[in-house]
Design a protein around this ligand. Structure first.
Ligand SMILES: Nc1ncnc2c1ncn2[C@@H]1O[C@H](COP(=O)(O)OP(=O)(O)OP(=O)(O)O)[C@@H](O)[C@H]1O
Ligand SMILES: [Mg+2]
Length: 237
């Protein structure tokens, strides 16, 4: 019973979309030699679909890691879903409940199958494995990867890995989806499917979506484009 309740809170009834407010985020690496973020301000409304663009090395992935609570900023303030990030005691549990994330470098578990990788976030919040498998298959069908469901991840092409990572991020119907270059390795047809799914145009429940991209077509599909340069958002966040 408990498991079913948790599954329904994670995959059937979507989490509510989360807003984000960031003020003056700074982050440096290598003992202050590299300033990845130099006072990033941004405000994203719940349910908004945002594209972040900007040149290589300007801090996009660093910003996404901080928004995902995978890294802590050195300075500045971050509020997600109305909560100050530093008040979230277990970022891991918070991610499991609210967040779908597509990393720039996939991070699939190489020895698990595609289906098992997609099931992971659901199993992580206590879903029954038959329910998680059903949900994984349905998303893989939507994204056009059903024929690879039983492949181990390490045998996939780069684009197939990327699509698997997107399917995994969507599996739990999270309130916040963060995706780093999610269409970088796929052809334009697969890219369109990925975008339709990420931006919720295929019957998915509304989520706040932040997509880092170099692709103008992806950016054009967003509600708003934020341009980053030298660790800051140009213009109004
Ligand atoms: N863990 C780290 N240690 C040291 N330097 C880092 C680390 N992560 C990022 N950097 C540096 O911080 C800067 C911003 O990196 P980031 O990955 O955020 O850029 P990006 O905008 O995502 O670039 P790209 O478009 O190439 O993905 C870069 O100069 C990078 O070398
Ligand atoms: Mg990056």
């Amino acid at each position: 019973m408990e498991e079913e309740r948790r599954l329904s809170s994670s995959s059937e009834a979507a989490e509510r979309p989360l807003g984000i407010v960031a003020r003056g985020l700074t982050k440096s690496f290598d003992g202050g030699l590299v300033h990845a973020l130099r006072g990033t301000d941004l405000e994203i409304q719940p349910g908004e679909r945002i594209a972040i663009t900007g040149p290589t090395g300007c801090g996009k992935s660093t910003l996404l890691s901080i928004l995902a609570l995978l890294e802590r900023q050195d300075g500045g303030e971050l509020i997600v879903g109305g909560r100050p990030a530093e008040g979230i005691r277990s970022p891991e549990r918070w991610r499991g409940r609210h967040l779908g994330i597509v990393f720039q470098f996939h991070h699939l578990l190489p020895h698990l199958t595609v289906e098992e990788n997609v099931m992971l976030p659901l199993v992580g919040v206590g879903a029954r494995s038959t329910d998680a498998r059903r949900r994984a298959r349905s998303i893989l069908r939507d994204i056009g990867l059903a024929h690879r469901a039983r492949f181990v991840a390490e045998k996939l092409s780069g684009g197939e890995r990327q699509m698997t990572a997107v399917a995994r991020a969507l599996a739990g119907s999270p309130g916040l989806i963060l995706a780093d270059e999610p269409t970088g390795n796929v052809d334009s047809k697969a890219g369109d499917r990925v975008l339709e799914l990420l931006f919720g145009r295929r019957g998915n429940r509304p989520a706040t979506v932040v997509v880092v991209t170099h692709n103008d077509r992806v950016a054009g599909d967003a509600d708003r484009i934020l341009r980053m340069r030298d660790g800051r958002i140009d213009g109004r966040g």
